[in-house]
Design a protein around this ligand. Sequence first.
Ligand SMILES: [Zn+2]
Length: 861
Amino acid sequence: MTRRLAALCLALLLCAAAALPAVSAEVPTPESVLGFKVGEDRKLADWTQIVGYFQKLAEASPRVKVENVGTTTEGNPFLVVTITSEANMARLEEIRRANLRLADPRTLGEDEARRLIDSGKAIVALNHGIHSTEVGASQTSMETAYALATGQDPDTLDILDKTVILMLPSHNPDGTQKVVDWYRKSLGTPWEGGQIPFLYHKYTGHDNNRDWYMFTQVETQLTVKYLYDRWRPQVVHDLHQMGPRTARIFAPPYVDPWEPNVDPALIQAVNAAGTSVAAGLTTEGKKGVVIHALYDAWSPARAYPHTHGGVRILTECASARMATPLEVKFGELEAGIGYDAKQAAWNFPDPWPGGTWRLRDIVDYQVSATRALLEHTARHREYWLRTFYEVNRRAAVRREPYAFIVPGEQKDPLATAKLLGVMRTGAVEVYRARAEFKAGDRTYPAGSHVIPMGQPFSAFAKTLLERQRYPDLRQWPGGPPQRPYDVTAHTLPLLMGVEVVRADAPFVAALERLDAVPTARGSIAGGHGRFFALGHKNPELVALGRLLRAGVPVRWATAAFLERGFNFRPGTLLVPENARARLEPMARELGFVATPVNADPPSLLLRKPRIGVYQSYVPSMDEGWTRFVFEKQLGVDYETLHDRDVRGGGLRARFDAIVLPDQSRRAMVSGNPAGSLPPEYCGGLGKEGVQSLKSFAEEGGTLVAIDSASDMPIAEFALPVTNVLAGFGREERPGADESDQGSKDFYCPGAILAAQVEGVSTSPLAHGLEATTPIWFEGSPAFETKTGTVVARYPPENPLLSGWLLGDKYLRGKAALVEVPLGTGRVVLFGFRPQYRAQSWATYIALLNALYTSAVTPLAP
Ligand SMILES: [Zn+2]
C-alpha cells in the first residue's frame, strides 16, 4: 500500500469512527506505530516495537491493560495484556476472585456455584510466539488486540462483555527479538528466511513448550504465576506454525492418545472448541483447514490447562520463509497422521490448491481462528464455566488412589525437594506429617509428605507420579508404529530418583499443609575426624562443585571402608576437616549429612575440572539443556566450544573434559551445508575437528558423548564399540523418508527404561547410582564393546519402566553406559540422556561422575 493510500484509509477510518464513542478514534493502529502493516512481505516487528505498540494501545484504550510482570532469561520485559469491556475492567479483581472460587468447589454449595456460573466471565488466554521462528503469532497479537480494543460491532461487544482475555504477545520475548534481528540481516541474501544457527531460547530452543510440568524456565514460571495461578483460564489458545507443505491450519480435535487422567469433559470441550474454530474458518472461505490430524494430547509437558480444569486449543498454521513469501505447488503438499494435504476428507473438506503463501496469510488465518474461538467462548460462556466447575468438583472427590506418599527418608533430599516444588508450582496441595503414621502395611516417619488425590488439580499430580502405559498405536493393523507427537513418559519419581508410594486405601495421619516449597534439611553429625564423609548423590555432588571452585582438596574413596560401625560405600567423598565452616551451610541448604571420619581408603584427589561443551551451528536443544543444568542446577563451570575452536586443536592443554551433547554425527561433522547460512556458520567440525577431539582423548582428556553424539566417536575414531540399534535409524532403512515414523521391529520415541549398574568396583562412573537406575531413552544407541568398562547394562528382561518400547529383545543385555580407553584418556559413551530436559536428576550423577573424574590424582592408602 502506498503512503497516500494508507493516509486515505486512515482518514476514512477516522470519519467512520466519528459517530462512535470518541475512544476508538484515538486508539493507534499497529501500522501507525510500526510504520508498516502487520503481515507485510519481509516486515516483522521486533519485541521492542511490539512492547511499544502495546503500551500505546493501553494508554489509549480503556479496554486494554498492559503489565510487565517480570524479566525474561535474557533481560527483556515479559508482558501480560488484559483485554475486556470497560465495565469488566472496572471490577476485574471481583471477576478474578469469583473464577478462583469455581476452581475450588470443595467449599462451594450448588446454589453458590450456580450463582457464580451465571454471573461469571469466561477466562481466555492467548499464547503467542512461544516458538520464535514461527514468526506469525507475535505479529498477529497486535492485530487481534487492536480489533478488540476498537470493535463496536455486536459480536466484539459480546466477546468483551462475556470474557476476560489474557494475552501473552510473546511467550519468548528473547527469541522474538533475536529471530527478527537475524531475519532483517538475512534480507537479500541466499539464506533469507531460512534456518538460524542458534537456539531461539537461550537454554531450551524449541523445547520451551515442553516445560509445562517441570517449570524450569523463567518464562514458564512467569506464565504460571501471573496467568494460570492468578486466573485459572478455561480456554487457552496456543498459536503455532508447522511446515509449509501441510494443511494451511490445524485445529483440534487431537488424534489419540489423550493423557488418561484428563477429564472426559475437557476432551469433549477441546473437540467442540476446535471444531468450532475450523467451522468458522471454512465458512469464511479459508481453505486447507484440518482437524483430527497430526497432533495428539498425551504429554502434560505441552498442556498445563488439561490438568487444571481448562483446555489448550493448539492451532498450527503453515509457514512461509519467516516473512518471505513461499511458492508451494499443489503436487508438493504432503500427507501426515490422519490426512493427506492433497485429498479432501471429512476432517479436511476443502484442500488448499497451492500457490503463494505469505506472512499475511498466516496472520489472516490466526486472527480468524482467534476470533472464532473468542466468539465460541462468549456464546457458550455458561457451558465453559459449568465444565470448569464440574471437572474441578470431580477431581476434588477423587479417591483412586487415595493419596501418594513421599516417605521422609530419601536418598536424594535435594531431588525430593525439587519434586515437591513441582507439585506446589502446579497448584497441588502438599501436606507434611507431624508424626509417624501407618498407611497400608508400612509405617512412615514424621516429616513424610502426603499428596491426597481429593483436590481440584489432582490430575496434575497423578499424571506425574504414576507410570505411563502408552497404547500400542500402529499406522495400520500390524504395521509400523504411529509416531507420538512428543515423548511417551513423564514419571517424575523415576526420572528424579525419588521414592513415592501410591496409597489406595484411606489412612489417618496428623498432617499440616505446606504453603511454601519445602527445602531439604541437612547437618554435620557429631564427633571429630580428619575428614567429613559425604554420600554421593545430587546434594553432595552440588556441594562438591562448590568446594572445588573454592579450591578445597576433596578426596573420592574408590573402595568401601568401615568406620564407627558404618559401611561407607565406594564413592564416599572426603572433605578435609578444616573446610567445616564452608561445608556446614551447604549441608543445611542442600540436605545432606556429613559424618566425621579418620579413614584413609584408596582414593582420588580431585581438582576443579576444566570443561568444554561443544555447540554446533546446527542448534541442539540437548546442548541448551546441558548448559541450563550446569549453570542453574549443578553449579558446573564450562566454556562453549564452536567448530573453529575445536578445529584449532590444542584442546588437552585447555580442557580436562569435553561434552558432546545429543546430536547426529552428520550434523556435528558436516554442519550446515555451504550457502545455507553465512559462511562462518557452515561446515561443522570437519576432518580437522574430529582429529582434534581424538587427540584430546588420546592425550589424557575425557570426551563425553551423549546419546546420538556417541555415533561420532564410534565411527570416526574407529572405537571397538558397536551401536546395535544403528540399523533401526531412519537414515539406515531403505525407502524410509521424512514421513517415516519408525521401525516396527524396534521403536522407543522417549521412555524411561531400567539399566543395571555393574561397574561399582571397576569404574567410579558407577558411584552413587542405584543398582537399578531409571534412564531416559529417546531413539538412543545401545552398545556392545570389546574393550573398556560397561558401567550400566540393560537387564535380561524387558527394561521398560514407563512409556512405550517396541522390540525390547534388541536391548536385553546390551550396554547403556560405557567407558572406553583411548591413548592415555577415554571416551565415555552415554546411550541415554543423563540430563534430559533438566528433569532426570537420577542420572545427573553419572554425568557429574564423568566430569569430576576427569581431573584427579590417584592416592595410595
Ligand atoms: Zn510451534
